[in-house]
Design a protein around this ligand. Sequence first.
Ligand SMILES: [Zn+2]
Length: 101
Amino acid sequence: MTISRMSDKNSELDTLDAGTMEFMKWLANKDTNSENTLIIVKDYFDNKYVILFDKSILNNVIVAYREGMPYCVTCNTDDCGHVGFAICLKQDYDRDDQAIF
Ligand SMILES: [Zn+2]
């Protein structure tokens, strides 16, 4: 795994992959209130939208699900890290409430 580009004045989560990796971190830490995750999930409305707090930009981010496909309203794109995070989050919820770990 290589972290190649570091062109940020925007969110550090500027790729789908970055969002996926951040989700893994979030999932592993969500029960421990860890401080080292970049994303906080503030609200989740099934199949509608999710509100995240991105610590790298200190702002709320809204990802809307359009026909099941997430779209980041904040970045105005469908391939930023927030979308990657939201895809994983939705899969996690769709898998129902059973604990994975
Ligand atoms: Zn975004």
